[in-house]
Design a protein around this ligand. Structure first.
Ligand code: M6R
Length: 366
């Protein structure tokens, strides 16, 4: 059942290229120029009435929402608020009939997400669920369902669910952008073209698994580390840091690179490990100066960068390059090294990778 892999998590990491293709298949027309989400009922007329979007999820699903917010704001132009499901109800959110609430849940059974969704529906919102399980409670109660086609995810640490949620958000953002006529055809084609390239690019990263294994084995000897990134890279490191904590039990923090100097830099001392993610040319210089700041204080810097970023030998102790994609799609690629680092660090520490202590796959209590 593990198809030759030692753990479900590793199998699921390696299933990502196929899961991307399945999630896109049938939703992109044969010419590859338009997105058709025939399964969701919220059509152009209603989308034009919608004036705000709320995104809700927990854990990894929330992290996919961090990317979803950026995609919907940029591509479709709606203002988006993002909430952790267990916080949503208690902040008395402003929800009206023209609010579209997007709930994200792999299992479709998470109690916090279900409760937040019920609250939103009771306040009159239209609810769209992004989920991996047809027939789950969340899928049944939502007005619309956009399925991620990741296939069953067994490992407690979520991997292919996150990346297919990112792809589902991209498809939804394009669908919404088309509906409100905000998306020029050439721009739409550029997004679709970038989406279609992701499965092959993910394969390329998986072929480099060994270099991330080596990074992980070095990191596994430390009790603490930081992940840093800017913009969309910050979104990806949030997920990478959760993954590492969850299965390796190494404490880590994901930081917006620019925030270091506002407090956490005080923790950096000789040999302190920092993983820097750089996929965005426009902010790379800024992140590089943050890397210089930490190096000057003795940090050991592992960089993971897109091929479009210039060499980093002067600011990183080690650097691995990954393929480049459209800016807001980058977490679908950049998270893969982070998943592999978490996996191999957990393995190096002798942990139960698929069943980390204290956690359950489906969290059905609030
Ligand atoms: O099934 P869901 O997507 O609603 O689950 C939400 C979280 O419990 C889940 O993503 C959790 O954070 C993962 N174990 C992280 O790897």
């Amino acid at each position: 059942e593990k198809a030759g892999f030692d753990h479900f998590m590793l199998k699921e990491i390696f299933e990502q290229p196929e899961a991307y293709s399945k999630t896109m298949r049938a939703r992109l027309d044969s010419s590859g120029t338009e997105v058709t989400l025939s399964e969701i009922g919220v059509g152009p007329e209603e989308l034009r009435q919608i004036d705000r979007v709320h995104i809700i999820g927990c854990g990894t699903a929330y992290h996919a929402g961090v990317v979803g917010k950026k995609l919907i704001e940029r591509i479709a132009g709606y203002p988006v608020e993002l909430d952790i499901a267990s916080e949503y109800r208690y902040r008395a959110p402003i929800v009206t009939r023209t609010t579209l609430v997007i709930v994200v849940s792999q299992s479709g059974e998470t109690a916090d997400t279900l409760a937040a969704m019920r609250e939103a529906r009771a306040r009159g919102a239209r609810v769209l669920a992004i989920t991996n399980v047809i027939g789950s409670s969340i899928a049944r109660e939502a007005d619309d369902v956009l399925l991620t086609c990741a296939g069953p995810e067994i490992a407690v640490a979520s991997t292919k669910a996150y990346t297919t949620q990112v792809i589902a958000f991209a498809l939804l953002a394009i669908h919404m952008g088309q509906a409100v006529n905000r998306l020029e055809k050439c721009e739409r084609m550029a997004w679709i073209d970038a989406l279609l390239k992701l499965p092959k690019q993910a394969e390329q990263i998986l072929q480099q698994a060994n270099s991330f294994k080596q990074m992980a084995e070095q990191l596994a000897t430390h009790p603490n580390l930081f992940f840093i990134g800017r913009g969309i890279d910050y979104a990806a490191v949030l997920e990478g840091s959760l993954k590492l904590k969850e299965i390796s039990y190494i404490h880590s923090e994901a930081l917006a690179a620019g925030e270091l100097k506002h407090g956490t830099l005080a923790l950096v001392e000789d040999g302190f490990p920092i993983v820097a993610l750089l996929t965005q040319g426009d902010v790379a210089e800024k992140t590089i100066s943050n890397m210089k700041e930490v190096k000057a204080r003795g940090a050991y810097v592992f960089a993971i960068a897109s091929e479009n970023i210039p060499p980093l030998d002067h600011v990183a102790d080690q650097c691995t390059f990954i393929p480049a994609t459209a800016d807001l799609l980058s977490p679908a690629l950049s998270v893969i090294p982070l998943q592999l680092i978490a996996y191999y660090a957990s393995l190096a520490r002798g942990n139960d990778v698929d069943k980390p202590r204290n956690l359950a796959k489906s969290v059905t209590v609030e």
